[in-house]
Structures are given as structure tokens and as C-alpha cells.
Design a protein around this ligand. Sequence first.
Ligand SMILES: CC(C)(COP(=O)(O)OP(=O)(O)OC[C@H]1O[C@@H](n2cnc3c(N)ncnc32)[C@H](O)[C@@H]1OP(=O)(O)O)[C@@H](O)C(=O)NCCC(=O)NCCS
Length: 175
Amino acid sequence: MCQPDDSQYLIEPFDKSCHNRSAFDCGVESLDLYLQKQIDQDLKRKIAAPFVLLEVGQPEVLGYYTLSAFSVHLGELPADMTKGLPRYPDMPATLLGRLAVDQTYRGRGLGEFLLMDALHRSLKQTAKIASFAVVVDTVNEDARTFYLHFGFLPFPDRADRLFLPMKTIEKLFRS
Ligand SMILES: CC(C)(COP(=O)(O)OP(=O)(O)OC[C@H]1O[C@@H](n2cnc3c(N)ncnc32)[C@H](O)[C@@H]1OP(=O)(O)O)[C@@H](O)C(=O)NCCC(=O)NCCS
């Protein structure tokens, strides 16, 4: 597994006054445009919390992800996942809305670094706001295989939506 030297890179909340995203290019236009044009509004309106990956001491954004509160209808989850759960119609969840790495920086473990940071942050948050799982909506097949590689599970009726139970995430960071 390729892990970045985390003294070289850091992940911090996005701040438009000190982070430069104008040249960001992950190869998926909607994800580039989101970072360049929409993220400020979503942050201001509390719709998404964006976090950016930087090289220490540099303002250029090399990658980013967003987190939001979410809910999942109990009936959308695989039957074996809902055994033993209370029959509430909706389960609280965390949406990992977007995650991307600039094309120049691919294959260095930075996507994994961002994903692990997002999962760890989501887990920590459950001490204050409960969440049953982290959910992702994948933009294409490539993104889908990326998340499947890390153990995300498909929703039975939605090929583009995957989830990772918070219990699994808890075990990941316990070991
Ligand atoms: C998907 C993406 C984030 C991966 O970033 P990356 O920095 O190249 O990935 P990493 O170097 O951290 O790879 C970590 C591991 O994931 C694997 N991986 C990377 N991309 C993968 C993919 N598309 N499918 C399956 N596995 C993948 C790597 O082989 C590596 O595995 P290993 O540790 O077993 O060797 C990046 O390609 C990207 O930004 N794509 C465009 C946007 C996108 O699809 N975002 C995701 C959904 S919104």
C-alpha cells in the first residue's frame, strides 16, 4: 500500500482566502467546477463541509472531499444489514459527497489519504452526532471501483450509491 509521507501533505478545512484551486484538474469536469465555483456557496450555506489536501507550505489544492449530514431509508439497505436495527424509517448517515485528487498527483496514495481522513473525521463526529454509515454517490465506474477497493458495499437498488457501516470504520481505526 502506498502511503504518503504525512509530514509532506496535510488536510485542512477549505478556506478561500488562503487556498488556491484555480488550476485543480482531476479529470472529471463536474468535480473541478464544484471546487472552483460552487464550494464557497455550499460552505456558506452549511450544505457541505469541504476539506482540502495541500503540500505543506503551499496554497495549491491537490485534492479535496466534502462531508454532509445525510439519511438513508431503512428499506434501501441490504436486508442482512438491517437485522437487529430499530425499525426507524430513516437511519442517520454521513455523506461523503465528493472526493478527488489532481491528475498530476495520482497513484501516490493521496486518494487513500483523503478517504481515510474523511472516514476518521466521520467516525470522530459520531461522538456528537450519531451516524450509522458513510455513504458515497459515485460519479463513474472508476470512482465506484475505488470505493469497492476499500470495502464499501452497494445499495441493492442503486448501482451508483455505496456505503461503509460506521461499525466497520470503527474497527478500521481500532486495529
Ligand atoms: C479515485 C481517485 C480519488 C484515486 O486517487 P489516487 O490518489 O490516484 O489513489 P491512491 O494512489 O490513493 O490509490 C490507493 C489505492 O486505491 C487503488 N485505486 C486507485 N484508483 C482506483 C480505482 N479507480 N479503482 C480501483 N482501485 C483504485 C490504488 O490501486 C491503490 O491500491 P493499493 O493501495 O492496494 O495499491 C482519483 O483517481 C480521482 O480523483 N479520480 C477522479 C474523481 C473521482 O472519481 N472521485 C471519486 C468519486 S467522487
